[in-house]
Design a protein around this ligand. Structure first.
Ligand SMILES: [Zn+2]
Ligand SMILES: [Zn+2]
Length: 222
């Protein structure tokens, strides 16, 4: 298992690389900005046998500009033609990237079409890594969290890529397009806080945390 986090763009989005060390298959979660940085960092990552990675998927926790801004450039630059995945509920936002950027004074190219839509409970395979999709609407209609299961000799480690739904000590904003605060809190309580307390949480911005820590200490969840 290979994992990297690269902080990209003015909103400091955590772009994550996950890759199977055995097969070289890889996915990027939230290639939000700084395509040149992502592409050059990617070139530098090899499997332990020295093989280059093959990026199979570009996965998006949601369609906000800071999570999808480099998708087109990364896809066009990578020879494997990685598939663009997003929940259908955020497709209108994603396709409106130019308009989203205008509100923040940022310019973007027209996004490429989505190749495939996330379904709740869908499982994706990246070599030996399993990722399952949790639809967690609220921060945006099509927000998802991606649950990663890594099997090793010492058991299965669980991680959650929580996008902008849950942060260390905070939760997502709900003042943007199509957001719904009650729905977001329902998603957090019913889909995230029900996971094992040891589950590592990797948010779309800021430091990592765990389900258990947020359950006990997050002031927005008490
Ligand atoms: Zn967001
Ligand atoms: Zn964000």
């Amino acid at each position: 298992m290979i994992e990297r986090t690269w902080v990209v763009g003015p909103f400091q989005c955590n772009c994550r690389l996950i890759a199977c060390d055995r097969t070289g298959e890889a996915a990027l979660v939230d290639p939000g900005d700084d395509a040149a940085k992502i592409l050059s960092k990617l070139e530098g990552v090899k499997t332990s046998s020295g093989a280059p990675l093959r990026v199979k998927y570009l996965l998006h926790t949601h369609g906000h500009l800071d999570h999808v801004g480099a998708t087109r450039s990364v896809r066009e630059a990578r020879p494997e033609n990685p598939s663009i995945l997003l929940h259908r509920g955020d497709e209108p936002l994603y396709l409106n990237l130019i308009e989203q950027g205008r509100l923040f004074g940022l310019s973007y190219q027209q996004p490429l079409a989505v190749d495939s839509y996330f379904e709740d409970e869908q499982v994706l395979h990246i070599g030996g890594i399993r990722l399952s999709v949790l639809h967690t609407p609220g921060h945006s209609p099509g927000s998802v969290c991606l649950r990663m299961h890594e099997d090793s000799d010492s058991g299965t480690r669980e991680s959650l890529f929580s996008g902008d739904t849950l942060f260390q000590g905070s939760v997502g904003r709900t003042d943007l397009w199509g957001a719904d605060q009650d729905q977001m809190f329902r998603s957090i309580r019913n889909r995230i806080l029900t996971l094992d307390g040891d589950t590592r949480v990797c948010p779309g911005h800021g430091p990592e945390t765990s389900v258990g820590i947020e359950k006990r200490q997050n002031p927005f969840l008490s």
